[in-house]
Structure formats: C-alpha cells, structure tokens
Design a protein around this ligand. Structure first.
Ligand SMILES: CC(C)(COP(=O)(O)OP(=O)(O)OC[C@H]1O[C@@H](n2cnc3c(N)ncnc32)[C@H](O)[C@@H]1OP(=O)(O)O)[C@@H](O)C(=O)NCCC(=O)NCCS
Length: 190
C-alpha cells in the first residue's frame, strides 16, 4: 500500500499540511526576524527582509520536498521537514522553524515536532530521527528534550555566527524511546 507522502497532521493547536502556491503572501508577511534566523545560524548582518521572489522560492522548496509541511495555527506560522530520509537505515533528520516571533515559547513548535515524529515512527516506520541544533539555542534543545530526544554529542565550533564560533549539539531519538515516551499520548493524530 502506498503511503500518503504529505498527510495532513492535526494536533490540538496546530495543523501541518502541504504547502501550496497560495502561501507566498503569508510567507512574506512573516518577515525574517533576526532573533529567529540566528537560531538557524544566520548572522544578523546577513538578514534581509523577504522579497516576493524569496518567499516564492521558500514555498516552492516545501512543495518540491518529499516530506515537508507548513505549520498552521490560526495562520501559517512556520515549517517542519523530514530531511535526508534513508529507508535502508530507516532514519531521517528533522528541521522545524516557527517564523512568527509572537508564536515562540507557546508550545506550538513542540507540538508540530511531536506530530511529525508520530508520522515518522508510526507511518513511515523510521527507526531513528536526528537533529542538529546550535548550542546557544536553549529553547530548541529544551523543546526537543520534551519530545524525547537525547543529547548524543557536540561538534565543536561547527558554525560561525555573528563573528564567533559556536558548537552544534547532536540529538537523537529512537523508535522504541518515542513509543515509551509519556508525551506521545498527547499527539492528536499519528
Ligand atoms: C525551537 C522551537 C521549534 C521550539 O518550539 P516552541 O513551541 O517555541 O517551544 P516551547 O514553547 O515548547 O518551549 C520549549 C522550552 O523552552 C523554554 N523556553 C522558552 N523560551 C525560551 C528562551 N527564550 N530561552 C530558553 N528557553 C526557553 C520553555 O520554557 C520550554 O520549556 P518548559 O516547557 O520546560 O518550560 C521554536 O521555538 C522555533 O521554531 N524557534 C525558532 C527557530 C528555531 O530555533 N528552530 C530550531 C532550529 S534547530
């Protein structure tokens, strides 16, 4: 049986759905917040406001991606992807970003991550999900720990951001750890 590559994933407060061309305006409205882009390793002096072209590229990249979703609360607020899916070793890496500063720290990104993990382990039957996160991104590290991820290692001085070297933290989560994790009970849809 063929698995739907972009199922709509419904949580309590967020819905994950496939991007479409009508999302360009919403992406433009989100802007490029320097505090948020810094968490992806973009130096402040490199941040530019989005243009219609860059917003269209952002949307098209998600449309073309084999497993990517936009995150919607009452409006589009971000994106979440399963990158580098390897069905031989049943693993992938996860990337998540809330792009609206007003929506940070409210559990919406954590809920989106849990929904994708439910799909990754429950639907795709993956065995391992990994995440790379800048060491100074303590909110993200905490969010991933809340989803069951463990810190597995540290790559020293892997990123040069705002004129300084920063370490990357490598985190991982295995299928049986996720199944046993208490937070799983709160997923709306697997
Ligand atoms: C990382 C992200 C997905 C987390 O999702 P979220 O819904 O905002 O996270 P939560 O609200 O569940 O908060 C996570 C934890 O961090 C804590 N936290 C919140 N703001 C914080 C801050 N500014 N600094 C440190 N910790 C913070 C919260 O207290 C919470 O822990 P708790 O539940 O034990 O109290 C989201 O914040 C985001 O997209 N950030 C911007 C982009 C980014 O960093 N992407 C990840 C790149 S690897």
């Amino acid at each position: 049986m063929q698995l739907d590559t972009h199922p709509v994933l419904e949580g309590r407060r967020v819905t994950l759905r496939q991007a479409h061309s009508g999302d360009v305006e919403a992406r433009l409205r989100l802007g490029n917040d320097p505090d948020i882009l810094e968490m992806f390793g973009v130096s402040r002096d490199a941040v530019r406001p989005p243009t219609p072209e860059s917003a269209a590229r952002w949307v098209q990249k998600l449309i073309d991606h084999p497993r990517a979703w936009v995150i919607e609360a009452d409006r589009l607020i971000g994106e979440v992807r399963l990158d580098r899916i390897d069905m031989q070793d049943r693993r992938a890496s996860l990337a998540v970003g809330i792009l609206d500063p007003e929506c940070l720290g409210k559990g919406l990104g954590t809920e989106a991550t849990m929904l994708v993990l439910g799909h990754a382990f429950g639907g795709l039957k993956l065995h391992r999900i990994s995440i790379r996160v800048l060491a100074f991104n303590t909110r993200a590290i905490r969010s991933y720990q809340k989803c069951g991820f463990l810190i597995e290692g540290r790559e020293r001085e892997a990123a040069f951001v705002n004129g300084q070297w920063h370490d990357d933290i490598i985190m991982g989560l295995l299928e049986h750890e996720f199944a046993d994790f208490p937070g799983v009970a709160s997923i709306g849809n697997r």
